[in-house]
Design a protein around this ligand. Sequence first.
Ligand SMILES: Nc1ncnc2c1ncn2[C@@H]1O[C@H](COP(=O)(O)OP(=O)(O)OP(=O)(O)O)[C@@H](O)[C@H]1O
Length: 226
Amino acid sequence: MSVIEAKNLKRSYGKNESKFEALKGVDVKIEKGESVAIVGKSGSGKSTLMHLLALLDHPSSGEILLNDQNTTNIKTKELNKLRNESFGFVFQQFFMNTKDTVLNNVMLPLKIAGISAGKRKKMAMAALKEVELDDKASNKANDLSGGQKQRVCIARALVNNPQIIFADEPTGNLDSKTGVKVEQILFDLNKKQGITLIIVTHDDELAARCDRQIHIIDGNIVKDVK
Ligand SMILES: Nc1ncnc2c1ncn2[C@@H]1O[C@H](COP(=O)(O)OP(=O)(O)OP(=O)(O)O)[C@@H](O)[C@H]1O
């Protein structure tokens, strides 16, 4: 059974003369536990595809199936819940509340899910332990190094036991040594916990470490290598 599948996915931006087709009819099936790199030149449609798969955006046409369930007609509130329960996100720009503590940042998805305060703290501390940052729980997120910030984001991504972690250039803002450490954490989660990994990247070495490389040119998948 595929964990996520796209059927004839199209996404255009703008209207009339300024209409631009960023995805032109993509079919892809991703199996549970796979690690997949989405690669291609700038502007090829990688982030568009990732945002659609992650249910952060709606396609112009086509379908996304999550665990064989068609997501097309799911209402916004339910979709937000499904996304929060099923996915974790790691972005190049970290996206966290830098004024808040590390612990509060990691607990956020659990708060949204309505999990009790005591349980939230336990789960967040366990996730921070996995990325070896439990000793920084009460620090302000701003006071961490770039690599530590990205590890906090990974802890936040895995805290709700997601089926899939989506990572958009997760090592793009890190020096190569720190990037390798962050990569290792992601691949360990994939191998040891079976979390499906979908990574958008320009980094050939990172892409090569994935089980599969999906190559996009001008809104089409042109090569899918396993
Ligand atoms: N909101 C938008 N409005 C109009 N055009 C957009 C919008 N978002 C993306 N595009 C266009 O769609 C195309 C695909 O964009 P996308 O961000 O998916 O590319 P990408 O492969 O992720 O690029 P990069 O590697 O530079 O992040 C680009 O030509 C981009 O200019």
